[in-house]
Write a protein that binds this ligand. Structure first.
Ligand code: SF4
Ligand code: SF4
Length: 365
């Protein structure tokens, strides 16, 4: 089975500092990536966002301290001891854990078995904000179970993609993911189970495959998890634990067939990063994807784009009764798509700014 190496992810690659030992070692083995990665190395959203300085001065501080909050949550979880008086659990406790996750703020929660290959093989050094230098450190498979959850993003903001509101939505969701994950991890430690949470600053494993295993959705042409109810307008979080409870199974609501007809993320992607050619990884179907092309759009727009999120009919809402019929009546896919395009066009692209970043809103106009 293939183990992902976080050092091969685009974010780890473009964070490498040119001509350091780590840089030289990586590109000695991956020469074909070097020129494009060099052109995209170490940029900041603030530098490239096409807004004037006063806009940036006013609105970038909205999320500036998110990483500091996440760092404190991370330290709190690390510091907390595992209660030596463990409370035994049976499989049925899965149902409680799901409700507890929602009580803490998750939109949906699923539970998956962790195999050795579920983990990244090595850290990619993306935890600087936690004051951790872990580049190249091997990740040991310490936990047995992943509690995976989704957090819904603000649709009004996502429908402004690729503008600044989209970035506000994703940053906010990453913070919520960390809050929920840390609370769940601390709760499980209180019950006597070793636990740690994944967050935007610290990943033990790629989360899309685990979210698929946990039955939270299917993998769409955009390579994101697509949920039946909210599409890919969700961010994923996880808690890794040695608690063993009942596991969920993958679901099949017909997304593979739907994507073949739809392709709206592909046709709307401004950088041609999305591809309809499938690839299989550890028995799960993904799609070809050009991460450098996608990142080029981030650098161009000064946000993490998100057009493939606002383009997805499931993000805007799909009639669930019709959706449940598509396995028996595949013609329903065309019907759903026709209705979607009639309502939103090829993508819901709302142009006017939201009040939160409208400068006139300060004066009440
Ligand atoms: S984020 Fe934008 S550029 Fe990247 S794949 Fe999605 S639509 Fe394409
Ligand atoms: S936009 Fe269409 S093709 Fe892309 S993931 Fe969503 S349903 Fe699939």
């Amino acid at each position: 089975m293939k183990k992902y190496d976080e050092r091969e992810t685009l974010f780890s690659r473009v964070s490498l500092t040119k001509d350091t030992q780590q840089y030289k070692e990586f590109y000695k083995k991956n020469k074909e990536l070097q020129i494009t990665d060099d052109s995209q190395r170490q940029f900041s959203f603030r530098d490239v966002l096409r807004k004037d300085e006063s806009y940036k001065n006013l609105f970038f501080p909205l999320t500036k301290n998110n990483k500091l909050i996440i760092q404190n949550l991370f330290d709190m979880v690390k510091r907390q001891h595992v209660n030596p008086n463990r409370i035994d659990m049976d499989n049925g406790f899965s149902a409680n854990i799901k409700e507890i996750g929602k009580y803490y703020g998750a939109t949906s929660v699923g539970i998956a078995r962790l195999n050795d290959y579920s983990y990244y093989s090595h850290f990619g050094g993306l935890s600087n904000s936690l004051n951790i230098d872990n580049y190249g450190e091997e990740i040991l498979p310490k936990y047995k179970t992943a509690i995976i959850f989704t957090v819904l993003m603000d649709k009004d903001m996502i429908n402004r993609a690729p503008h600044f509101e989209e970035l506000l939505a994703t940053e906010d969701a990453y913070l919520k993911v960390a809050i929920i994950g840390s609370r769940l991890a601390m709760y499980l430690k209180e019950l006597g189970y070793k636990s740690m949470f994944d967050c935007s600053e610290y990943y033990l494993a790629p989360l899309v495959p685990l979210a698929y295993d946990a039955g939270l959705g299917e993998i769409g042409m955009c390579n994101h998890l697509v949920t039946k109810e909210y599409g890919n307008n969700v961010r994923l979080g996880a808690v890794f634990t040695d608690l063993v409870i009942g596991y969920d199974k993958p679901i099949d609501f017909g997304l593979k067939e739907f994507c073949k007809e739809c392709k709206l993320c592909l046709s709307n992607c401004p950088s041609n990063a999305i591809n309809s050619k499938t690839r299989e990884v550890n028995g799960r179907q993904f799609y070809e994807f050009d991460d450098n092309k996608c990142f080029g759009m981030w650098i161009n727009s000064g946000t993490d784009c998100g057009i493939c999120i606002s383009s997805c009919p499931f993000t805007q809402g799909v009639d669930q009764v019709k959706l449940d019929l598509i396995k028996k009546r595949p013609e329903m896919i065309k019907k759903i798509l026709e209705e979607h395009i009639q309502k939103y066009g090829r993508r819901n692209n709302t142009k006017n700014s939201l009040d939160i970043v409208k400068r006139g809103a300060r004066n009440g106009d």
